[in-house]
Design a protein around this ligand. Structure first.
Ligand code: SIN
Length: 342
């Protein structure tokens, strides 16, 4: 981790003190062609250059910055999650920091955001942002997203709201937000429940709060050891090969991205029942993209030893399952309680 810190010289001492942690992504992407919004290299522009592109930041907050990583977020690792979560908690524990903004790639942003939502131990704002277009593109969306994210992190209204995602003028809860488009600049949505609020021209407005426990009310923390948890999918003609291979590899948990309301191809379902018999935790989620998976709905969870993911998509369900197993919690009853709570 490169932790070099730079300060904005023009910042007013009265403004909130926000640390920008950069991890890479398209917001830090670069292409030699300004008309190229799909063919570019993610995560190559440093945090100093990102901040320099938005001079008006200095009238919103006193900014410090750290380059935590420079990756395309498809390559996010569990080790980097640990580093990031621990750094956020250390920074927020000091009186010298009022809030944090994390620049991230859009591809796994929803996973990182939910992980932090459950493991940050502070009521101070933590706001993730990103971009769909690289920094070199015509109409790049990164600079305004960054300004808006810092504006949210600097606002009193964002305290106690859990980890937030500021994107395309909307403020989303980390629990609900998902990437829904491969190219559109309004790619992030919170299906079923909608955004928490909006940010525009320096104004921040919340319409609702996140209902489920998070941050200081969450029982989870990030350690160095991550239980092996993977995701399989159900589809026409699916085989049991992936599930059997994961069980042979020693996974502690499997999330299944089921069809519809978490229904599972009979062949895959039998493999998952066999996995449960080997002590593997099995969580039923849905590949549909919105709605929730009902316990004992499309499969008899009580009889099969499965857990229903509720409204968490498979990728967020994996995050919660890893955190829960890491605490030593096991068995479908205790795991279901975690999914019903968070
Ligand atoms: C990434 O996730 O790092 C690349 C894609 C993006 O940020 O939009």
């Amino acid at each position: 981790m490169n932790t070099s810190i730079s300060s904005s010289a023009s910042a007013s001492a009265a403004l909130p003190r926000i640390v920008v942690l950069a991890t890479g992504g398209t917001i830090a992407g670069s292409s030699s062609d300004a008309t190229s919004t799909a063919g570019y290299q993610a995560g190559v522009i440093g945090v100093g250059e990102l901040l320099d592109a938005v001079p008006s930041l200095s009238s919103v907050a006193q900014i410090q910055s750290e380059q935590i990583a420079s990756i395309d977020s498809k390559d996010m690792t569990l080790e980097l999650w640990s580093t990031l979560a621990q750094r956020v908690n250390v920074l927020l524990a000091t009186d010298a920091v009022d809030g944090i903004v994390i620049t991230h790639g859009t591809d796994t942003l929803e996973e990182t955001a939910y992980l932090l939502h459950l493991t940050v131990k502070s009521t101070k704002p933590v706001v993730l942002t990103a971009a769909m277009r690289p920094s070199t593109a015509l109409s790049a969306d990164g600079p305004l997203n960054l300004l808006n994210a810092v504006t949210v992190a600097a606002s009193q209204a964002a305290h106690g709201q859990g980890v937030l995602v500021a994107f395309n003028n909307r403020i989303h809860s980390a629990r609900d937000v998902v990437k829904t488009s491969t190219y559109a600049i309004d790619a992030f949505q919170s299906p079923e429940v909608g955004a928490l609020g909006w940010v525009q021209d320096g104004r921040v407005d919340f319409h609702r709060s996140a209902m489920r426990p998070h941050t200081v009310a969450s029982e989870f923390s990030v350690g160095a050891n991550w239980p092996l948890v993977d995701i399989v999918s159900s589809y026409a003609g699916a085989s049991r090969v992936p599930v059997d291979a994961l069980v042979d590899a020693g996974v502690r948990g499997i999330v299944v991205a089921g069809t519809g309301n978490g229904s599972i191809h009979a062949t895959v379902q039998q493999a998952l029942v066999d996995a449960v018999a080997h002590g593997v935790a099995v969580v039923r989620a849905s590949r549909v993209g919105s709605g929730h998976v009902m316990r004992n709905g499309a499969a008899s969870d009580d009889a099969l030893g499965f857990v229903a993911a509720g409204s968490l998509n498979p990728y967020k369900a994996r995050v919660l399952l890893m955190l829960t197993l890491a605490m030593g919690t096991s068995g479908p009853t205790a795991l279901q309680r975690a999914f019903d709570t968070y």
